[in-house]
Design a protein around this ligand. Structure first.
Ligand SMILES: [Zn+2]
Length: 131
């Protein structure tokens, strides 16, 4: 089961060895994420099969990122599509995910939509992750 983990918008403090979001009081994990969204709209990361899924937008370019870890030295997997149609559809869904939360000209991290996640999961024979 994929797990959607949310970033938190406010500051954070440490209490009894836990890291807590100042805005909503959620306890954050080692990646400063939690299963509950913050009070302020924030982006999320999907955690599935030991991999973190998110979108990185920079310089008008949106990149789907699948990484083994998201702190320290981030280890990205290469994503390869077996055919052009799959690559085009994947690109469209990445852009649509970005537009749901912001815009391609606003750099930063964006969430992978459920539609994008499901498309990849249903086409894993054509969408290959490589180390
Ligand atoms: Zn919060």
């Amino acid at each position: 089961m994929p797990l959607r983990l949310y970033h938190h918008a406010g500051g954070m403090y440490r209490e009894d060895g836990k890291v807590v979001c100042q805005k909503c009081g959620a306890e954050l994990d080692d990646n400063l994420l939690s299963a509950d969204p913050c009070l302020i709209q924030s982006t999320s990361v999907i955690y599935h099969d030991g991999l973190y899924w998110f979108i990185n937008v920079s310089g008008l370019h949106a990149e789907l990122c699948i990484a083994k870890n998201i702190i320290g030295q981030i280890q990205y997997l290469k994503i390869r599509c077996a055919d052009k149609a799959t690559a085009n559809k994947l690109h469209d869904l990445v852009i649509r995910s970005v537009e749901e939360e912001g815009a391609i000209n606003i750099s930063g991290l964006y969430s992978v939509s459920d539609e994008l996640f499901n498309f990849i999961e249903n086409n894993r024979d054509k969408i290959i992750f490589e180390e």
